[in-house]
Design a protein around this ligand. Structure first.
Ligand SMILES: *Cc1c(COP(=O)(O)O)cnc(C)c1O
Length: 412
């Protein structure tokens, strides 16, 4: 499978070691080879020699929009609709408050994905308090039934960080629009792993981080997408001077810039931004459709290997089998039977299993209470990595005295 994989050569664009199967790119993407040299040059020449001149001569000032335009094709957006800067959490705040300000007068509530990554829920509740609205948690599959004319917007995760389930962005967006509500999508676990189609599906606002499948590095800046036809009405709750129509006029009165620049706040973190820009070169000549096809093949193959190698009943996939509903990770829940085999009172079983996998060169992560997560980044994950991860998992679990097939005391 690796020999016939057209994306296999892309792995050379990353710094990886052959004795590790790195399956945590959904948490922190691997280092692209282009980054260290680029950052060394930014520091030594652009900062060290050109100093203040680099804001114009090295293109620092326009980096948030320029790099937004580089991310745009990966999420199905035309140029001028994506701006990079700040964390995902901060961009969620801009999107939710900005969305409420654009919503109809009679709106009283915000719907929040009941399965969301926690930061989205925390920020949405604060944004709701500030705008006088209520927050109602709703499962993504229920949004179409629960949205009403009083709903200002729904904030939904495109892929569930815990289970890897892909939510139906076109259908949910359509249902929200039919009720007059806005659709705000968090793309943290989908951007760079599968086609998103923001423009095609008329998504209103979207945010996402760049350190997962986009490989921008630890804490690399996030992005904000605002649909073109809404940009003129978008009022940021954080109207910093970088979003002013004429920032260097130093005008005491605020006039927002035209277009996506009004999503900016203050001075951008240039080192992280330019590391991200270099990281995005790993996508040169790669189509997101090819990435999606490989992602599904990798996760199918991994599930097949888990079935073949892991004694039955010890783990259960939380990730949907249906391709239409699967992101780019596989989450395996540990059965209660495994608890008996591990030290009680210590870390959760899934944490102990993952520690052992990492000791044996298979790097995934675990999420409370019992979930083993394996992320598949098609730019650099091989089928051999997937086979190895399942084999080592089978070795670790199969070797446990209380769970080995045929061992006394193996309960149902
Ligand atoms: C990773 C992730 C975040 C991270 O937010 P930060 O502000 O970058 O820490 C937010 N939302 C979702 C859905 C995520 O998966």
């Amino acid at each position: 499978m690796d020999a016939s994989d057209a994306l296999a050569p892309i792995r050379d664009r990353f710094v990886l070691d052959d004795d590790t199967a790195y399956l945590d790119g959904n948490s922190l993407g691997a280092l692209p080879r282009a980054v260290p040299g680029r950052i060394a040059d930014v520091i030594a020449r652009e900062w060290g020699e050109l100093r203040i001149r680099s804001w114009t001569e090295s293109g620092w000032w326009t980096a948030p929009e320029r790099i937004g335009d580089k991310i745009a094709p990966l999420i199905g957006a035309a140029p001028g609709r994506v701006v990079v800067g700040d964390s995902t959490s901060v961009n969620i705040f801009k999107a939710v408050v900005g969305g409420v300000r654009m919503a109809g007068k009679g709106c009283t509530e915000i719907l929040v994905d009941a399965t969301t990554f926690p930061t989205d829920g925390y920020i949405a509740r604060s944004a709701a308090r500030m705008t006088g609205l209520a927050v109602r948690p709703v499962e993504p599959a229920r949004i179409a039934d629960e949205v009403t004319e009083r709903t200002a917007l729904a904030l939904v995760n495109h892929v569930d960080y815990r289970t890897g389930e892909l939510n139906d962005l076109p259908a949910i967006t359509h249902a929200l629009h039919s009720a007059g509500a806005l659709a705000v999508w968090d793309l943290c676990h989908s951007a760079g792993a599968l086609p998103v189609g923001l423009d095609a599906h008329h998504v209103d606002l979207a945010v996402g981080c760049t350190y997962k499948y986009l490989n921008g590095g630890p804490g690399s800046p996030a992005y904000l997408y605002v649909r073109e036809s809404l940009q003129e009405r978008f009022e940021s709750p954080l109207p910093g001077w970088n979003s002013h129509a004429d920032p260097f006029a130093m005008d005491p009165g605020y006039t927002p810039a035209d277009g996506i620049r009004r999503g900016r706040v203050g001075t951008p973190d240039i080192l992280s931004l330019l590391a991200l820009e270099a990281a995005l070169e790993a996508w040169d000549g790669v189509s997101i459709e090819a990435v999606r096809a490989k992602s599904l093949a990798l996760t199918d193959f991994f599930l097949e290997c888990v079935n073949a190698y892991v004694p039955p009943g010890l783990v259960r996939s939380l990730t949907p089998h249906d391709h239409q509903r699967r992101g780019s990770q596989v989450s395996l829940a540990c059965s209660p039977q495994l608890s008996a085999a591990f030290a009680q009172g210590a870390a959760p079983v899934a944490g102990q299993v993952m520690d052992e996998l990492i000791r044996r060169g298979v790097v995934g992560d675990f999420r409370h209470p019992d979930v083993l997560r394996f992320g598949f980044t098609p730019l650099y994950t091989s089928f051999a990595d997937a086979e190895r991860a399942a084999r080592v998992l089978g070795e670790v679990l199969g070797a446990l005295p209380d769970v080995a097939p045929g061992a006394a005391g193996t309960g149902g």
